[in-house]
Ligand binder design. Sequence first.
Ligand code: MN
Length: 246
Amino acid sequence: MTTASPALVADLVCANHILYVEGVVDGFGHVSVRHDGRDDRFLLACGVAPATVTAADIVEVDYDGAVHDAAGRRSYLERFIHSEIYKARPDVMAIVHSHSPAVIPFGVTRATLRPVCHMSGFLGFSTPVFEIRDAAGDDNDMLVKNAALGRALAASLGSNLFALMRGHGSVTVAHSLKLVVARAIWAEMNARLQTEAMRIAGGDSGVNYLTPGEATGSMAINETVVDRPWDFWKARARTVLASLSR
Ligand code: MN
């Protein structure tokens, strides 16, 4: 059992449920947050589907990717995504890795994922694409399953808040758990909207994207009100998951 505060563990359980209900994760994908009682570990669910996560499933992982209280349970193979980004980015307090579908086309084409609406300014103007072949060669299983691949992904992310993983999914980071959940939801929303805008415009050049100043300005104001969507998403997740279990 983790020694982190029960409130943080409860929020992490909730984050798992929200990401499932809002269409960001399915049977796969994960969300982590730094431990609030010690500086050498973060919290992550053990290897279960996000919708089914309970407080008892939350385990502690260190920055070498070692799981400390698994008690024989499976762990996520891709926990190195989290350990290596936390090592590289002291500003990052929470991370989501997902396979949310609408962003994936932007990792496999020349189209650049860019903010088309005011909820997604955090995407910035140079959404990086992690190419696993550069680190693992042409014959690989697409998974970031060791520290070296995690380091390569963290290097691709750089100082950005979001990175695509070619043919796989994405990773997003934030200075709080609530904000990283919001960003994961808004990135998927932006990808759907951008795809639709490009379809209507007949390509990328006819789309009127946010300016860098609009992206930065809208991101700053959205971060101050993240409690409002969080409370709503939390209530919806509770309702939806209760109806599924009946
Ligand atoms: Mn994955």
